[in-house]
Write a protein that binds this ligand. Structure first.
Ligand SMILES: NC(=O)c1ccc[n+]([C@@H]2O[C@H](COP(=O)([O-])OP(=O)(O)OC[C@H]3O[C@@H](n4cnc5c(N)ncnc54)[C@H](OP(=O)(O)O)[C@@H]3O)[C@@H](O)[C@H]2O)c1
Length: 260
């Protein structure tokens, strides 16, 4: 299988690239930081020698479709697109400048949608293809300090839900992944406020195992870890109470962190 993974210079994307390559799949990886991408590619070619990399800024929306078609040509047809690249820009909503909201929407929503729409016609013509998007539990919960981020992930998830229905009758499969807290550099990026999450992060390797199982089972949506699914299901039964609970949690977390 040929797998294109966006945002594979670090964290989840790098872990997925190494996992798919280890299992013998040819991977195409892209991101902005060439040195880090090169390290990931060196690991991948050891078991998947035709793997390739492209240095690309996916925030440059005008170039995204052309990049997708180039990667499709150079990989010899993408069987699985993994929309993974993303940025948090974690901050209190009152500290969010409008251009930062636009930037988050561009990278987390507009860019993967453009890539998806560019590749879909070719996948349909070939009679096979899967599109898997790394969304977030933030798409379902609206966590504190993540208004722009959670909105961008909710938009991505909503698009993919409708797309899955629209693609009925085609051979294309759509998948969503909602990670909780995974141990990646996302939580140490500059230009972000400290995360208020107090969960023990899971190692990045769990993502490949979970996604491999998801693809085998042909599941539309998974949560990693799985128990987030129950929280999502219960939340919609009483959204007002959930938001009041989130306020209590946030006040407590801020107090704890100020005391540290
Ligand atoms: N870690 C978690 O707990 C968690 C939870 C839920 C969802 N997620 C999602 O998982 C995905 C991967 O995040 P991560 O945790 O692995 O964080 P990460 O280590 O910061 O990885 C983000 C990746 O996206 C790439 N990227 C960012 N902006 C880009 C741009 N403009 N053009 C091209 N590539 C770009 C980065 O590469 P360059 O900087 O080299 O371009 C990097 O490879 C994101 O969509 C994130 O929202 C993560």
């Amino acid at each position: 299988m040929n797998v294109l993974i966006t945002g594979a210079s670090s964290g989840i994307g790098a872990g997925l690239a190494r996992g798919f390559a280890r299992d013998g799949h040819t991977v195409g990886i892209c991101a902005r930081r060439e040195d880090l991408l090169r390290e990931v590619l060196d690991d991948c070619v050891a078991s998947a020698p035709d793997s390739k990399m492209w240095v690309v800024d996916l925030a440059d929306l005008d170039g995204v479709a052309a990049f997708g078609l180039q990667a499709d040509d150079e990989l010899g047809g993408i069987d699985l697109l993994i929309n993974n690249a993303g940025i948090p820009k974690r901050r209190h909503a009152l500290n969010l400048a409008p251009d930062v909201v636009d930037q988050v929407m561009a990278v987390n929503y507009a860019s993967p949608i453009r890539l998806t729409l560019a590749l879909l016609p070719r996948m349909i013509e070939r009679g096979r293809g899967r599109i898997l998007s790394i969304s977030s539990v933030a798409a379902r919960f609206g966590p504190p300090r993540e208004a722009a981020y959670s909105a961008s992930k909710a938009a991505l998830s909503a698009f993919m839900e409708s797309l899955a229905v629209d693609l009925d009758g085609t051979p294309i499969k759509i998948h969503l992944v909602n990670p909780g807290i995974i141990d990646t550099p996302l939580f140490q990026l500059p230009d972000n406020e400290t995360s208020l999450a107090d969960l023990e992060p899971l190692p990045v390797e769990v993502m490949y195992e979970a996604i491999k199982q998801q693809l085998e089972d042909d599941e539309f949506e998974i949560y990693v870890p799985d128990w987030f699914k129950d929280i999502a299901a219960n939340r919609y039964g009483n959204l007002g109470a959930f938001i009041e609970g989130s306020k209590d949690y946030t006040r407590e977390r801020v107090k704890q962190m100020e005391a540290q």
